[in-house]
Design a protein around this ligand. Structure first.
Ligand code: ATP
Ligand code: MG
Length: 423
């Protein structure tokens, strides 16, 4: 039997309904915040991610799906959403628009990871990016989207961890302090961390292997190396979060896996049993140098990404059901082949008039047609026989009350509108 690739999954049935529900919720939520939908290609030239995510990150060094296309170009399936949007922002000169430029996306990301619950090789992310504002209000607005989204879903036990990486000056000072601190302890760190020491020592703090060692706990803290501008930015973000009633926890060891962050970084955790290190549902931060790094004009940015798969697992484990009831307005069937053109015309017309309607597409008998109407949770059944075609008087049955009506074709839509809105 042909099987799906390792680390992927099919979406159908109830899960499909859940995804559709989340999409609707996200559409409505992002309208409230005035962010516009943005779609970039699912693959980009590999360079986009090398520059936009950073070659020293786990994502680019270990997790990308790379391929050479038939024209011998190096391509990569997108592992995250930000780099592609920044590429497009620059290519389409969107920076010439009024700022801030606020965009959201929803789609598949690809990472070659060890598959486990909440960790897949193709997974869905919903995210947002805002360009053009250095103001801490922008950071607070971005964080508030995640919090409001989870609140709308009724998700409990959410923890917002925040930290700041400061501006470049502060981060360079801190980096030096960390290198001095870890230098005598290098041998006790894991191999990845030995590597990080040279390339990006901040990320030693993010290590899951060495996390519990004393040497990590006693490491210098970023806050002690922040210059006034950076301190001020951070305290404003916190002030604005408080003003919106958003609770947060300051976590001085939060650095995030990507190279491009400046100032605010955050992670939103769900406190759910059995989630292990897959308990981070969403994360993000500010990236004031990224647009410039990708050869655009210096433009600040801030964004987040939420893992939709982990979110669904969290909802499930909290027994929050977001499956909307699946039903049909109408199910139609006819007795004989001669009535099929009449039925198809009627059904087509009703669909164009906004009704959810399905019909017998395999020639069932009457009994099975009624069974099928029940299975599809149809509110009404339309039955077409010789008389209906001759007289244009349609037989309609309320599938719940079993009441039967004979309605003239020209009054059918009005009648159905009234009846279905009564439900
Ligand atoms: P982790 O530390 O769990 O590997 P990450 O830092 O790599 O996460 P981000 O790049 O910040 O994750 O992506 C944002 C969110 O996307 C994560 O918080 C998570 O919910 C989700 N996510 C990341 N990788 C995967 C994956 N392989 N499968 C499913 N969801 C994922
Ligand atoms: Mg990861």
């Amino acid at each position: 039997m042909l099987q799906k690739p390792k680390g992927t999954y099919d979406i159908y049935g109830d899960n499909a309904l859940k995804i559709i529900y989340l999409r609707k919720l996200i559409n409505a939520l992002m309208d409230k915040y005035n962010y516009k939908y943005f779609k970039t290609p699912t693959f980009e030239k590999s360079e986009v991610f090398h520059r936009g995510v950073g070659v020293t990150t786990d994502i680019v060094s270990k997790e990308t799906y790379d391929f050479v296309d038939r024209g011998n170009r190096n391509m990569t399936l997108r592992p995250e959403g930000t780099a592609g949007i920044v590429r497009s922002f620059i290519e389409n000169k969107l920076y010439a628009d009024t700022m801030p430029f606020k965009a959201w996306y929803f789609g598949s990301m690809f990472r070659y990871e060890r598959p486990q619950s909440g960790r897949y090789r193709e997974f869905l992310q919903f995210g947002a990016e805002a360009f053009g504002s250095y103001d801490p209000m922008m950071d607070a607005e971005i964080i508030s989207i995640i919090v409001n989204f989870f609140e709308l879903l009724g998700l409990k036990g959410i923890k917002v961890n925040i930290n700041t990486l400061g501006d470049n000056e502060s981060r360079l000072n801190y980096r030096k302090a960390l290198m001095d601190y870890f230098k005598p302890h290098i041998d006790s760190l894991c191999d990845d961390c030995k590597n990080r020491y040279e390339k990006n020592p901040l990320r030693i703090l993010d290590c899951k292997v060495d996390a519990d060692k004393d040497i990590m706990k006693n490491a210098p803290k970023m806050v002690d190396y922040l210059n006034d501008d950076s301190l001020n930015h951070y305290s404003k973000v916190k002030e604005y979060l408080k003003a919106m009633g958003i609770e947060y926890v300051e976590n001085p060891r939060l650095v995030r896996g990507l190279d491009y962050y400046t100032h605010t970084v955050f992670e939103v955790e769900a406190d759910i049993e059995g989630f292990g290190s897959q308990n981070v549902l969403g994360a993000g931060g500010r990236y004031d140098d990224l647009v410039e790094t990708m050869e655009g004009p210096k433009t600040p940015g801030v964004g987040f990404a939420i893992g939709i798969d982990r979110l669904l697992l969290a909802l499930e484990s909290l027994k929050i059901d977001i499956t909307e009831e699946d039903y049909l307005d109408i199910y139609a069937f006819c007795f004989d082949e001669e009535q099929r053109p009449y039925m198809m015309s009627l059904v087509n017309n009703l669909r164009l008039n906004g009704f959810n309607i399905d019909m017998d597409l395999i020639g069932r008998n009457i009994k099975n047609n009624f069974k099928h109407a029940d299975k599809l949770k149809a509110k009404f059944v339309i039955i077409i026989g010789e008389d209906e075609v001759k007289t244009n008087i349609i037989t309609l049955k309320n599938n719940e009350t079993k009441e039967e009506y004979k309605i003239e074709l020209e009054n059918l839509i009005e009648f159905l509108d009234l009846k279905i809105s009564e439900e």
